[in-house]
Ligand binder design. Structure first.
Ligand SMILES: *Cc1c(COP(=O)(O)O)cnc(C)c1O
Length: 231
């Protein structure tokens, strides 16, 4: 293997930093979450050795299995995919954060479980900014109302918003998704008087554009670990 995971991480970190500076932003305001879904724990350990301790997984079962293998090495997981109600328990118990909160019933379920565990779970609200029916997330127009409702859940530490932009070569279409997220953030801040600082947006194909639009968290799989082999 000519290019290592550590090389990829260093290259992406430099690209994120450049994009932040070009936008007049502090590079340290953007974190990178390597997305390890479908990749083995050996690759997670390689990225950990390169300085990364939080990894994105979109399937709860896969997170549970990997957590059992590497949690005692100081490695944690952010859930970035849809969570069915019957998977709320392992998320409340094991996830370091949840970036894909998109229903009040899931919020209620997680809040009750986290309160019982005596922990506060960091969460982001997923917003469907592309309008594609196959993507999860609340509608941008519902964001303020949803944010108000979430205020009742004391065991949820709501930090901001997450989105997946449309997958397209048309940069304007992708940028429009990012702008819908920052608009939703602005409306929530107006209504609630602040908060919601985190904006998780940007993946392998669009992360520099996302940083230009204010992303504070890019979630990168393929550009770090290579293509996923999905059985
Ligand atoms: C898989 C996934 C990513 C990473 O996608 P890449 O294109 O491989 O970087 C980011 N965010 C979410 C929600 C994902 O499911």
């Amino acid at each position: 293997m000519a290019v290592s995971i550590a090389d990829n991480l260093a290259r992406i970190r430099a690209e994120v930093d450049d994009a932040a500076r070009a936008a007049g932003r502090d590079p340290s305001s953007v974190r990178i979450i390597p997305v390890s879904k479908y990749h083995p724990v050996s690759q997670i350990r390689e990225a950990h050795a390169a300085g990364y301790a939080l990894f994105g997984e979109n399937r709860v079962q896969e997170m549970v299995a990997k957590h059992a293998e590497v949690a005692d090495e100081g490695i944690g997981f952010a859930i970035i995919g849809n969570v069915q109600s019957n998977k709320a328990k392992p998320v409340a118990e094991l996830a370091a954060e949840l970036q894909s909160l998109d229903s009040l019933s899931l919020a209620r379920n997680l809040d009750r479980r986290c309160a019982a565990l005596g922990r506060r779970l960091p969460v982001l609200v997923q917003v469907n900014t592309s309008g594609e029916p196959q993507k999860s997330g609340i509608a941008p127009e519902a964001a303020v109302d949803f944010a108000r409702q979430l205020q009742q859940f004391e065991a949820l530490d709501v930090r901001g918003l997450m989105t997946m932009a449309v997958f397209s070569d048309d940069e304007a279409e992708v940028a429009a998704c990012f702008t819908r997220l920052t608009d939703a953030q602005a409306r929530i801040r107006d209504a609630l008087g602040g908060g919601y600082d985190e904006l998780s947006m940007g993946m392998s194909g669009d992360f520099t554009l996302a940083v230009a639009h204010g992303s504070t968290c890019v979630r990168i799989g393929t550009a770090i670990f290579g293509p996923r082999v999905v059985a």
